[in-house]
Write a protein of this length. Structure first.
Length: 280
């Protein structure tokens, strides 16, 4: 089914030029849903304007999109702020038909995106200093901002900007919440409204141990109601503790998952023992 881009909500998936894209919060901007391919950013420079990747996307890949049915009239120029992560503005801004996300743009739209299995490039350099002009910002497989050398292979997720009235194919989009409230966000709002976030992290840690103790009691005495209540309390305390430390609990969970997802081992006496800890 076709729809005008302006009728599609941020976070929804659409098809344009033979590829799937995620509509971002900013008007007209769309990020490729998956990684196009893995490529180096450049062989020596972290300046997007001079990069081989920019030339590739705005020539070869742009031609690929138009050959696959993307109407050139639907493209709008993207102005990309190339301010470095350390605040230097030596690289200025670029104007392209196809670009990459900046670190700031990623932060604003992170809630719409799921982590991918590979790292992918951003257009933001770590610095413009000549001594470190080979280091570039990117997004890790855990969904966190990181850095990589420009001559390493990283995933490429192009960004395009389309006319509001551009007709695109709509993929089957599902509400990420499946009709349920985002409980974590409600917990965060509760904590902010009551100024709990400004509390002492050490006191919050003591609270965590108290709730863990209640959970242990529930398990030992086989009290299901206490177990359910304690698990919920532990999570609430952890959400608030992360906020106090300037972290997002979802980021912490992603890091933990991607650390264990390929881990091998076996169950011994009711406990999972990872492969490297097993006796030879």
């Amino acid at each position: 089914m076709q729809k005008a881009l302006k009728e599609i909500k941020p976070g929804e998936v659409l098809t344009f030029g033979g590829f799937e894209w995620i509509k971002l919060e900013e008007e007209g901007l769309c990020l490729m849903k998956d990684i196009l391919e893995e490529r180096t950013f450049d062989d020596k420079s972290n300046d997007w304007i001079k990069s081989e990747l920019r030339e590739y996307l705005n020539n070869y890949f742009y031609e690929t999109l138009t050959e696959d049915g993307a109407d050139e009239k639907n493209f709008l120029q993207i102005e990309t702020d190339l301010t470095a992560d350390d605040g230097l503005k030596d690289y200025g801004t670029s104007k392209d038909l196809i670009s990459l996300m900046t670190a700031d743009l990623y932060r604003k739209n992170k809630h719409l995106l799921n982590p991918l299995k590979d790292w992918w490039w951003l257009a933001t350099p770590n610095t413009c200093l000549a001594t470190h002009k080979y280091i570039m910002r990117c997004v890790s497989s855990a969904g966190m901002l990181n850095s990589s050398y420009v001559y390493y292979n990283c995933g490429v997720r192009p960004v395009i900007c389309l006319q509001p009235d551009a007709l695109v194919e709509v993929t089957n989009n599902k509400d990420n919440s499946d009709g349920k409230e985002d409980i974590t966000e409600l917990i965060k709002k509760w904590a902010v409204d009551r100024n709990v976030v400004s509390g002492d992290t050490k006191a919050q840690m003591v609270k965590l141990l108290e709730e863990a103790g209640e959970l242990a009691e529930g398990i030992n005495k086989n009290k299901l109601d206490l177990i359910i209540d304690s698990v919920g309390d532990v999570y609430v305390v952890l959400v608030i503790l992360c906020m106090q430390l300037g972290l997002d609990i979802n980021d912490c969970i992603r890091v933990a998952y991607y650390e264990i997802k390929d881990r091998k081992g076996k169950m011994i006496n009711g406990t999972f023992v990872k492969e490297e800890d097993l006796e030879v």
